[in-house]
Structures are given as structure tokens and as C-alpha cells.
Design a protein around this ligand. Structure first.
Ligand SMILES: Nc1nc2c(ncn2[C@@H]2O[C@H](COP(=O)(O)OP(=O)(O)OP(=O)(O)O)[C@@H](O)[C@H]2O)c(=O)[nH]1
Ligand SMILES: [K+]
Ligand SMILES: [Mg+2]
Length: 324
């Protein structure tokens, strides 16, 4: 049986299993099994060198943003509007077949914007170009999830699930769980607060599934089993995501208003050039870029040529420490 079939089988078993106190250990174990299989799925096939058919595009500028979405939601139209690089747009699905980079000039910085083929449900399992597209998303500093405002709200959930299946975590911070494998000493399990989702037994069972028998685990928040698995897997990528609802020209004002109120969302119309400024400023804000103007001693600062830094890094301490 292939990996995908095994995942499907376990998912079916999970769906059949009632959720209660008695089944929670078994369900936790099944979740860990799926996580392990999904990690296997991401490894390059045996005998291949690992690269080759991906969308290798050299990083450029101060940050990288990937356009992720179903076919024909307007990703290429948006790239053309924001960057001036032309990317073929048309009314049929899968117009774009590869990765097309463009550059956004904003606030004296250069941001690399990547147009990508549309992805569909099952992308994480290799449907279409899903896996290559997702690999590019993983290499980005920000994901713009482009959605068709006139289509089902369910699309956002489906895409999020596809991205989660390959270890992307959107708009989340890493779980506050300290985890360290050891050579000896068994498992030490502690928490700094009462836990409502995971107890010692469940934690042991998950670690057992990973054949980990010596480790230190310290919960610093009331985390879930999924969080624990994420920490053990250690390969998760935490990325910011802005939800971009395009084509608001074809829906009513009440619906536009509803979408605009969703968290982390921007509503736009490429056709009417509506709200693209707002999208750019939101993008900039979420990327956390900061301009620093250097000032040679005794001279005026050069406002035309800033050094651009990520605020996360800047305020992470190093800059402040070394300059205070
Ligand atoms: N009404 C409306 N149509 C739009 C808008 N933006 C793009 N479109 C149309 O939507 C269709 C698909 O646009 P594309 O830019 O090719 O979409 P895509 O997401 O790149 O599609 P794939 O590359 O096939 O995944 C085209 O016919 C566009 O003209 C918009 O704001 N409003
Ligand atoms: K299209
Ligand atoms: Mg396209």
C-alpha cells in the first residue's frame, strides 16, 4: 500500500472513532501516525537527487511573497498589476504552469512576488503541481492566499488544510513546548500550568509512536496533541498569511463588507484597480520590514538608500543590544 492510501485509511479510522476520554489516546496515536506518513511523503523519492522538477527561483530583494490559490482566482492578473512583469492571464484554469517572479517597489524596498500555478484539493498529496507550489510557499516570508470573492468561503478552509498537511502553519506562532531528546534518563514530563488537552500518558504514547524513550518535555501553554506532534516533528514552517479576496466587482456591497471584516483579509478588484494600495500596505505591515537610514558622521542621512531589515530580527534583541 502506498503512503497516500495509508493516510486515507487512518483518516477513515479517525472519522469512524467517536471522540471521548476513552478514545483520546488512540486518536492521538493515529494523529502521530498520519504526521509521520506526511513527513515521509515530503521526502524526495528514493533514487532521485531531490531537485530538478521544482520551481527554483533565486531569492531577490528584501522579502519573498507567494501567490497561492485555486485556478483562475486572478493571481497572474494581480502579479501583472503589482509588478509590471507580465504573467499570462486567461479565463481558463491552469493558465500559469510555472513560477513567475516579479518585483514590487514599495517604501524604498524591493519585494519579490511569485506567481504560481493554481492548486486544487489534494495538492498536498501531489495532485497537479501542488507539491512544487507548496515548496515555494514554504520558502516565502509571506503567503497571499488569493480567493475568488464570488466563490464559496469553503475554499479558504480547503487551501489552509492543504498547506497544513505539508507542515505550513499560517498566522500561528510555534507552540510553547520545550522538547529535547536525551540519550538516557527516560521521559521527564512537566508543565508550568494546568493542562486540559494533553496529560502525561498521552504524551508518552505520542513519544512512543516516534520511538522516543528519553526526552525532556515542558509545556509552557495549554497546548494540544497537534501542537505536541508539531514540536516533535520539528519541520513545521510558521508563515504569515494575508487572505486576498479578488473580484469584488462581481459581488454585492454587503458581501464585500462581510469579507473585509474577516481577520487578516483584504478585499480587492484587479479589474477595477480597487484597494490595491491597501493590499500593499497590509503586505508591508505583515512582513515586518523596517527601513534604517544610515548617516555617515558629519553628513546628512541618505534617504534614498535605506538598509531594510526584518523587524522580527531587529527587535529580537541583537540589533538593540549591539547598539545600546
Ligand atoms: N471580474 C473580475 N475578473 C477578474 C479580476 N481579476 C482577474 N479576473 C479574471 O479572472 C480570470 C483568471 O485570471 P488569472 O489571472 O488568469 O487567474 P489565475 O489565478 O492566475 O489562474 P491560473 O493561472 O489558471 O491558476 C481572467 O479572465 C481575468 O481577467 C477581477 O478583479 N474581477
Ligand atoms: K486562469
Ligand atoms: Mg495564473
Amino acid at each position: 500500500m502506498g503512503i497516500i492510501e495509508r493516510i486515507k485509511e487512518i483518516e477513515a479510522e479517525m472519522a469512524r472513532t467517536q471522540k471521548n476520554k476513552a478514545t483520546e489516546y488512540h486518536l492521538g496515536q493515529l494523529k502521530a501516525k498520519i504526521a509521520k506518513l506526511r513527513t515521509q511523503l515530503l521526502e524526495p523519492p528514493k533514487g532521485s537527487s531531490g531537485g530538478g522538477d521544482g520551481f527554483e527561483v533565486t531569492k531577490f530583494g528584501h522579502g519573498r511573497v507567494a501567490l497561492i490559490g485555486f485556478p483562475s482566482v486572478g493571481k497572474s492578473t494581480l502579479l501583472t498589476m503589482l509588478t509590471g512583469t507580465h504573467s499570462e492571464a486567461a479565463s481558463y484554469e491552469f493558465t500559469t504552469l510555472t513560477c513567475i517572479p516579479g518585483i514590487i517597489h514599495y517604501n524604498d524596498t524591493k519585494i519579490q512576488l511569485l506567481d504560481l500555478p493554481g492548486i486544487i484539493e489534494g495538492a498536498s498529496e501531489g495532485k497537479g503541481r501542488g507539491r512544487q507550489v507548496i515548496a515555494v510557499a514554504k520558502s516565502s516570508d509571506l503567503v497571499l492566499m488569493v480567493l475568488d470573492a464570488s466563490k464559496s468561503e469553503g475554499h479558504r478552509q480547503i487551501l489552509t488544510k492543504e498547506l497544513e498537511a505539508v507542515g505550513l502553519r499560517l498566522n500561528k506562532r510555534p507552540p510553547q513546548i520545550y522538547f529535547k531528546k536525551k540519550k538516557t534518563g527516560g521521559i521527564s514530563f512537566n508543565s508550568t500550568l494546568p493542562l486540559t488537552h494533553v496529560d502525561e500518558k498521552l504524551c508518552y504514547q505520542i513519544l512512543h509512536e516516534y520511538k522516543i524513550h528519553n526526552a525532556e518535555v515542558l509545556f509552557r501553554e495549554d497546548a494540544t496533541v497537534d501542537d505536541l506532534i508539531d514540536v516533535i516533528e520539528g519541520n513545521r514552517k510558521y508563515i504569515k498569511c494575508v487572505y486576498v479576496y479578488n473580484k469584488i466587482d462581481v459581488i454585492g456591497i454587503d458581501d464585500v463588507d462581510k469579507l473585509a471584516r474577516q481577520p487578516n483579509s483584504v478585499v480587492i478588484s484587479c479589474n477595477l484597480k480597487l484597494n490595491l494600495d491597501r493590499l500593499l500596505s497590509k503586505m508591508w505591515e505583515e512582513m515586518g520590514l523596517v527601513r534604517v537610514y544610515t548617516k555617515p558622521q558629519g553628513q546628512q542621512p541618505d534617504f534614498s538608500d535605506p538598509v531594510v531589515l526584518s523587524a522580527r530580527w531587529l527587535f529580537g534583541g541583537r540589533f538593540l543590544q549591539s547598539h545600546s
